[in-house]
Every structure is written in structure tokens, then in C-alpha cells.
Ligand binder design. Structure first.
Ligand SMILES: [Ca+2]
Length: 313
């Protein structure tokens, strides 16, 4: 089988970095057509910087990085330096990137790529707020029919929220964009906090990254070390949740994950619950299923895959 073509839409973010590295480590299965950056964890100039750092760390300066939207569709940007540090990639010592930013806007790249490629052959993998994807769908509604699948990190049901009591960060930052995506009719697979909070970097798992002894292994260990401080304090968990890598791991080994095909709607107006993913997990409405909402992961299998693949970089 030829590798699956994807565009990674991202706001790195330490966990975005690991998700990108996992994709780049697996060229037999995944062809990364480009990275598109969006404002989220940190502002756009930093997410665009960080995406290039990750490509250089992986030795993949051939992967183009396109800068996208610098703010949500209709709101002020909310960022998460309290989790990711000032740069978004705090932890390891990383060199400033030297590779160029691609001249095209990320939204144009997404539209053109989907129009160029045969229908149903390109998947979108959003790891941040959904602003670029929604903007592309609004500007070029014809592309919806061409997307193979959207596999995204965002939302929560059982875990409810992390940026507010009821909302996960990526959806909360741009709920209107999320609403456009969830109403698009495109096949969607969601990695909510319900599953990512089960993908925890324990000390043993972190040691396994470090023991790779490569620049990538050491950088991933240092990034997850940094990330861990926040979650340990907040949740008392045994390690940092690797949210975004669940997306790329799903492309490689979907059998590690399980969930339900259900209806998911986005709250866009309530003051109290803005950005909530209203997931009909128990099927209590007649609303039509529009997404596969993942709930469980084989965490041992996930970390075995991740460590084995990172060793290839
Ligand atoms: Ca992210």
C-alpha cells in the first residue's frame, strides 16, 4: 500500500512536536504533504518557529511549513504558556530554525492540495484550534468532498475540560471553527481528553525515550519532562498526557484505540460552557452521528510504537 497522505495542522506545543516526529518517523505508512501552523498554545510566529525546529530535529527540512491563521475566526486568541512555557517548546535546548517558511498561506495550501489530489486520498490531522481548517472549508466548500478523513485532537466528554471546567483547550480557543468542522459532513475521528489522559508518560516511559541516546530521543524526554510539571500539579497524574501523538499513532495503528460513532455538537454561545464538545456518548438524542469519539487506548502498545518509531529518526 502506498503511504497515507496527510497534512498536519499544528500549534507546537511539546505534544504536537512528538506527534509530528512520530509521523516523520514512519514514511512507509505516512506521507506528510506539509505542516500548517495555527495560533493556539502560543502565538503564530512561535508555532511556526517551533514547527520548523521539529522538522530540523528530524532531519526533514524537505517538509514545507506553511503559516496559517494568527487568531480565531471571531474571538481574541487564548494561549497556554502556563502549560507549554514561553516558547511553546520549553524543556530542551533547541537551536533557532534556519529553514524558510513556505511563501503560501496555510489555508491556500490546504485548499490547493485537496483540489489537486484525487478525492478521498488526503487526510487532515489538526492538533490545535481548528481555525485553518474551518477557514479553508468556508473559502472552498468543494474541498469537503475531497478529504479522506479528519483525525483531530480536541474535546472531552468524561474528562469534561482542561482550560475551563467544561472545555478542552483546542475547541475552546475557536469554538466557531470547531462548529464548522463538526458540521462539515467529513468523516471525523476525535481524540478527546478521555483518551489522551490515558496516554501518560510515566518515568519508565520517559527513561525509554532518553535511553534512545539520539538527539530526538533526548529532546522528547526533555520536552515531556517539562510538560509533566503542569499536569502533575493539576491532576496529580503519574506523568504528562501525550495528547497530540494519539492522532498520528491512530493513523499507524488504529487497533490501539476504541470509541463510539456518535453525535458531537459544539457549544458556541453559552458563557458557562463555551467550547464544550456535547458528545452524545449514551445515545440519548436522535441527533445524527457525525464523529467517531475515541474513549480508550492500549497505552503500553502506544508507547512501544512511539519509542520504536522515534528510534528511527
Ligand atoms: Ca496542539
Amino acid at each position: 500500500m502506498p503511504p497515507r497522505k496527510i497534512i498536519i495542522d499544528t500549534d507546537p506545543g511539546q505534544d504536537d512536536a512528538v506527534a509530528i516526529l512520530l509521523a516523520l518517523s514512519s514514511p512507509d505508512e505516512i506521507e506528510v504533504l506539509g505542516l500548517t501552523t495555527v495560533a493556539g498554545n502560543v502565538p503564530l510566529d512561535l508555532t511556526t518557529r517551533n514547527a520548523r525546529i521539529v522538522c530540523e530535529l528530524a532531519g526533514r527540512t524537505d517538509v514545507a511549513v506553511y503559516a496559517g491563521c494568527d487568531r480565531p475566526l471571531g474571538r481574541d486568541l487564548v494561549t497556554a504558556e502556563h502549560v507549554h512555557g514561553k516558547t511553546g517548546l520549553d524543556g530542551p535546548k533547541l537551536l533557532e530554525p534556519t529553514m524558510e517558511i513556505a511563501p503560501e498561506h496555510a489555508v491556500e495550501f490546504i485548499i490547493e492540495t485537496l483540489r489537486e489530489q484525487p478525492a478521498g486520498t488526503v487526510s487532515l490531522c489538526p492538533l490545535g484550534p481548528l481555525t485553518n481548517i474551518a477557514t479553508a472549508l468556508q473559502k472552498a466548500p468543494d474541498i469537503a468532498a475531497k478529504v479522506q478523513e479528519i483525525v483531530l485532537m480536541g474535546g472531552a466528554y468524561f474528562e469534561v475540560g482542561n482550560i475551563t471546567p467544561t472545555a478542552e483547550f483546542n475547541i475552546y480557543v475557536d469554538p466557531e471553527a470547531a462548529d464548522v468542522v463538526f458540521k462539515s459532513g467529513i468523516k471525523i475521528t476525535v481524540m478527546p481528553l478521555d483518551v489522551t489522559h490515558k496516554a501518560l508518560v510515566t518515568k519508565e516511559r520517559n527513561d525509554a525515550f532518553r535511553a534512545l541516546g539520539t538527539p530526538v530521543g533526548v529532546a522528547v524526554a526533555e520536552m515531556t519532562d517539562f510538560f509533566e510539571r503542569f499536569d502533575k500539579e493539576k491532576y496529580g497524574s503519574t506523568g504528562a498526557p501525550l495528547h497530540d501523538p494519539c492522532v498520528t499513532a491512530y493513523l499507524l495503528k488504529p487497533e490501539l484505540f476504541s470509541g463510539r460513532h456518535i453525535n458531537v455538537e459544539i457549544e458556541t454561545t453559552s458563557e458557562l460552557t463555551l467550547g464544550m464538545t456535547v458528545a452524545d456518548w449514551w445515545g440519548v438524542t436522535e441527533r445524527k452521528p457525525n464523529a467517531t469519539f475515541i474513549g480508550d487506548i492500549d497505552a503500553e502498545g502506544f508507547f512501544a510504537l512511539l519509542t520504536e518509531r522515534l528510534a528511527r529518526l
